[in-house]
Design a protein around this ligand. Structure first.
Ligand code: SF4
Length: 218
């Protein structure tokens, strides 16, 4: 394996045949050839492809794109990217399908329904708290002889009844606790970070490891 190709290899020494595979892949990339590469499990195929690809991309100012529909393989690439990043600064972004990000394993459509119901419930409960506060203040005012306050309180009590009915309906449906916690959590700092001064969302979410995850979930 050429020294230049070794730059992104994060461990002491490659497996038998791994060095040769990297050299061949590096040569194919330099020549613009395609490579068909097969190896037994555990022989270091992931790094054999990644290391020369990163070197080539660094030299040519290009981006390495890895696509896989095998989750285990994706995790392997992420792990290797982290190990490489410990030695040599790289920037990696992981795109995952929403369906594989869901903590409770529901599909896109069901998630949408759960999110709608959950948001409705959270908003209705917030409205209920606000109306209760208003009715308490109006009650106090009406006890002190404010007739208009008594009238306004009646209207508020009607609104409260409606909100309570809605909450009862929604509570009997399923909600997503994860999404509920996101809505109720103190996320201000995160959203300030997520949306830069221009109001546009950032393009990725850096993690301390140098890899980034981009996914549409929760
Ligand atoms: S909001 Fe998140 S956890 Fe809840 S159903 Fe959707 S993807 Fe799953």
């Amino acid at each position: 394996m050429a020294e230049t190709t070794r730059r992104f290899f994060p461990y002491d020494s490659p497996y038998p045949n791994q060095g040769e595979a990297m050299t061949r892949i590096a040569a194919a990339l330099d020549d613009g050839d395609d490579v068909l590469f097969e190896g037994a499990p555990g022989t270091g195929k992931t790094l054999s492809a990644l290391v020369p690809a990163l070197e080539h991309a660094r030299e040519e100012d290009r981006t390495v794109v890895i696509t896989t529909n095998v989750h285990q393989q994706m995790r392997q690439f992420v792990e290797e990217a982290r190990a490489i990043n410990d030695e040599e600064d790289i920037r990696a972004v992981v795109f995952k399908g929403k369906s594989s990000m869901c903590h409770i394993g529901v599909d896109y459509q069901e998630c949408q329904t759960l999110r709608d119901t959950t948001r409705e419930l959270v908003e209705d409960r917030a409205e209920k708290r606000e109306l209760e506060q208003q009715q308490r203040e109006l009650l106090e005012a009406s006890r002190e002889g404010d007739a208009a306050a008594a009238q306004r309180r009646e209207a508020i009590m009607e609104e409260l009844d409606e909100v309570e009915d809605r909450i009862e309906d929604v509570e009997s449906a399923n909600v997503c606790e994860h999404y509920r916690n996101n809505l109720l959590g103190d996320n201000e700092e995160f959203y300030e970070w997520l949306y830069d001064a221009s109001g546009r969302p950032r393009r990725s979410t850096p993690t301390p490891t140098g890899t980034s995850s981009v996914a549409t979930s929760c």
